[in-house]
Design a protein around this ligand. Structure first.
Ligand code: Z5A
Length: 227
């Protein structure tokens, strides 16, 4: 790992939220809409988003690293992020492209930090090394109650096996929902919180309004965060 951090001409948008909140759906929809506007867009995800990080994703989500403890899992997420930033995100931003990532640093802060009780000093230190100045320009938090998100994820999965985190309790998922909301409240300039219970098209429109307002300089008459 190294603190490679030269700032970039492109824009970096991340999606955060609980399981089944609609991040993948809306990250893809936003990428399409930005492309339709003539922008050069890279759609990516975490854990993963580069060949090395995809290998680590497989290890983490299979659950085989769980017995090694939450600190080791945190370091695995950081190793994946380091490769993702260096191989995918930073080169794209430096080339003036827009990057849309399904999850990023806030997932580590919430899943490993708040819920997993890993020391926040370790998490911040890993962030400094892996992310440096490559911070998101905008983070869209899609907020849904845990039971709704889990039900959606279950419906989508069908008869397949639940992954490492989906197998956790509703209480676990509600705790992480609150943790995301707390981070968003502390960083209102970076975050736009969108009510994910609304119909898909409504959620997509509110996300687009947030992007227009925050990154494309289009003034808005309405509050995009209103339910
Ligand atoms: N993790 C971590 O612990 N630490 C880290 O640093 C990072 C990640 C980066 C990644 O799993 C796991 O890794 C994640 C956190 C952890 N685990 N959890 N929980 P993943 O990538 O496999 O899964 P995910 O990130 O949780 O996403 P997901 O389950 O795929 O959900 P989603 O992307 O938010 O939702 P979706 O796939 O877009 O939508 C789910 C379904 O709902 C789907 O059928 C949609 O069509 C439907 N949907 C979407 N929007 C709506 C609306 N508005 N109404 C109705 N239905 C909708």
């Amino acid at each position: 790992m190294s603190a490679e951090s030269s700032r970039k001409p492109g824009k970096f948008i991340t999606f955060e939220g609980g399981e089944g909140s609609g991040k993948s759906t809306h990250a893809a929809a936003l990428a399409d809409r930005l492309k339709a506007r003539g922008l050069d867009v890279v759609l990516t995800r975490e854990p993963g988003g580069s060949p090395g990080a995809e290998i680590i994703r497989h290890i983490i989500l299979s659950g085989i690293a769980k017995p090694l403890g939450t600190e080791t899992e945190t370091i695995l997420f950081a190793a994946a992020r380091d490769d993702h930033v260096k191989a995918t995100i930073l080169p794209a931003l430096q080339a003036g492209r827009w990057v849309v990532s399904d999850r990023f640093i806030d997932s580590t802060r919430v899943y490993q930090g708040v819920v997993g009780k890993v020391d926040m000093k370790l998490i911040r230190a890993l962030e400094r090394v892996t992310v440096g100045e490559t911070m998101p320009d905008l983070t869209i938090l899609i907020d849904v109650p845990a039971n709704i998100g889990l039900a959606r994820a279950k419906t989508r999965r069908g008869t397949g096996a639940a992954d490492r985190f989906e197998a956790e309790s509703v209480e676990f998922h509600e705790e992480l929902r609150q943790a995301f909301l707390n981070i968003a409240a502390r960083e209102p300039k970076r975050f736009a919180v969108i009510d994910g219970r609304a119909p898909r098209e409504v959620v997509a429109e509110r996300i687009w309004q947030a992007v227009e307002q925050r990154l494309l300089g289009v003034p808005q008459a309405l509050d995009v965060a209103a339910p």
